[in-house]
Design a protein around this ligand. Structure first.
Ligand SMILES: Nc1ncnc2c1ncn2[C@@H]1O[C@H](COP(=O)(O)OP(=O)(O)OP(=O)(O)O)[C@@H](O)[C@H]1O
Length: 203
């Protein structure tokens, strides 16, 4: 499988944010997207995820067959917001995602163990600390299978032990032939190429 960005341009509010971005990632490869605040890292991930239209160029997935016809179908996107309902328990949230996304992988309890939250699945998501919320959101990656992980600042709010666990999760995903694109200001502890976004095109 190959995830390709070809002469990609992105805009927000009708204003260009980046232009002419290109990369090609094979099975087992990771790309770290770095750059100053406002340079378009989140916008790029959202375009790759199919959540925003490309202003120019295209994103495509080659070799995804019928299972994964488009990059959007093939990806898990974990953005700044954790995409969990605060009034539902952690278990209920992850159970929802597991059914909704399909392609079930780990069970909810197992996934929570993997992110070190085995003891709090029964709590409403809203009760969790910032780092715990992030860890629960990252457990979404484990409850259903997607070959491509798009992660926006995945370490935000994580303590050192959780950062190390996330590195292991990402390493395992890559070892199984997965692809990762992660926007980050911090090293993620995985072997990856780097795409540095320029200063914002607008002031
Ligand atoms: N919904 C929106 N409408 C208009 N402009 C937006 C919108 N969202 C983001 N922008 C602008 O687009 C530009 C790129 O933002 P983006 O969030 O992609 O940057 P980033 O590199 O991820 O920044 P950071 O490091 O702060 O997370 C910024 O100038 C931002 O103000």
């Amino acid at each position: 499988m190959r995830l390709i960005a070809d002469k990609l341009g992105g805009e927000r509010g009708g204003e260009p944010v980046f232009a002419n971005i290109g990369f090609a990632l094979e099975d087992g490869e990771a790309l770290i997207v770095t750059g100053p605040n406002g340079s378009g890292k989140s916008t790029l991930l959202r375009v790759v995820a199919g959540l925003l239209p490309a202003a120019d160029g295209e994103v495509r997935l080659e070799g995804g067959s019928e299972d994964w016809p488009t990059p959007a179908a093939a990806c898990h996107y974990v953005g700044h917001l954790n995409a969990m309902k605060t009034a539902l328990t952690v278990n209920e949230n992850l159970d929802f995602w597991r059914r909704f996304a399909g392609e079930p992988a780990l069970g909810v309890a197992e996934a929570l163990e993997e992110v070190g939250l085995g003891h709090i699945g029964h709590l409403p998501f809203g009760y969790l600390s910032t780092g715990q919320k992030r860890r629960a959101a990252l457990a979404r990656l484990l409850v259903s299978h997607r070959p491509v992980w798009l992660l926006d600042e995945p370490t935000a709010g994580l303590d050192k032990a959780s950062e190390a666990r996330l590195s292991e999760m990402m390493d395992q995903h890559l070892a199984e032939g997965g692809i990762i694109v992660a926007a980050t200001h911090l090293p993620l502890g995985i072997a990856a190429r780097e795409l540095r976004m320029g200063d914002a095109l607008r002031g």
